[in-house]
Design a protein around this ligand. Structure first.
Ligand SMILES: *[C@@H]1O[C@H](CO)[C@@H](O)[C@H](O)[C@H]1NC(C)=O
Ligand SMILES: *[C@@H]1O[C@H](CO)[C@@H](O)[C@H](O)[C@H]1NC(C)=O
Length: 266
């Protein structure tokens, strides 16, 4: 039986073929937003504390001989911004690819739209994050430049990589960002804590407007309209697209395609 890693490699290879025929992707896009090189143990730019769940007994008698020392818990890359997003003491629970739209309203022509929310489908990429984080980081730029399918969904990239839908991201009536991982019966009502600009080389999305900021959000407490279950924080990173266009006289609501990685902690 082929190893998971080889299966993923194969899937990724086929996905690149699918992507390159389905959408004319710019040369270099397959590499995605290039993250600044991350030193092995960066003192200040390593946003995520490796938690105890990452320490796997490496030399116990019961260790399987066929399993190499388990890979460490993946860590989110540095954005390059100073100061960067801060870490969390919580443990990594899910890594997902979000693909959807950011909505903006316009008050007057020539102004920048004001953010009013987002809606996205979330695809589980947790095992890919553990097996091939570099490949994971190529996905938002690929996903955002793929067209919707006939059902108006963004499943093409996920299908190509065999990523399963795990839930949705939306804003509730109160303007609170919600991450509903309904497949896992987990939900996060979130409050934005930190934001930094996306790296300058991040994919600007199909509308060419630029990549939305990287964010750190935490459980919103107290919150009268919802209670988080099983999730304590989420980072939005490796963003692609999503920045508003300039308003025209008749803009109304502007919907801008975006994709990102969301890293959930609990
Ligand atoms: C990270 O924490 C430090 C210390 O509290 C703070 O000064 C900095 O602004 C934080 N980073 C961001 C992106 O907010
Ligand atoms: C965003 O705009 C789309 C229409 O383009 C709409 O269907 C959706 O409900 C809007 N979502 C939010 C959160 O504003």
């Amino acid at each position: 039986m082929p190893s998971l890693r080889n299966v993923l490699k194969g899937l990724a290879l086929s996905s690149f073929i699918v992507f390159s025929t389905a959408a004319p992707v710019k040369e270099g896009d397959a590499c995605g937003p290039v993250s600044p090189p991350t030193p092995p143990t960066p003192p200040t730019t390593a946003p995520i504390k490796v938690t105890s769940s990452s320490s796997v007994p490496s030399k116990t008698a019961s260790s399987s001989t066929t399993t190499p020392t388990a890979s460490a818990v993946p860590r989110i890359p540095a954005s390059g911004a100073i100061p960067d997003l801060n870490g969390t003491t919580l443990a990594l629970s899910y890594v997902v690819i979000g693909r959807g739209i950011q909505n903006y309203t316009c008050s007057k022509a020539g102004s920048v739209g004001a953010a009013i929310g987002a809606i996205a489908t979330l695809y589980d990429a947790t095992s890919l994050a553990y097996s091939n984080e570099k490949m994971l980081h190529t996905l938002p730029a690929l996903a955002v430049n793929m067209p919707e399918d006939k059902a108006g969904k963004y499943r093409t990239a996920a299908k190509a990589l065999d990523l399963k839908p795990i839930g949705h991201h939306y804003f509730d009536f109160n303007g609170t960002p919600v991450f509903d991982l309904n497949v896992e019966s987990k939900i996060l009502f979130a409050a934005k804590k930190e934001n930094v600009n996306a790296p300058a080389n991040a994919d600007k999305g199909p509308m060419g407007t630029g990549a939305v900021q990287w964010l750190k959000l935490e459980n919103k407490v107290p919150y009268s309209f919802g209670t988080s279950v099983g999730l304590g924080a989420v980072y939005r990173i490796e963003t692609a697209g999503g920045v508003s266009t300039l308003c025209t006289a008749d803009s109304g609501v502007i919907s801008v395609p975006y994709a990102a990685e969301y890293w959930f902690y609990s």
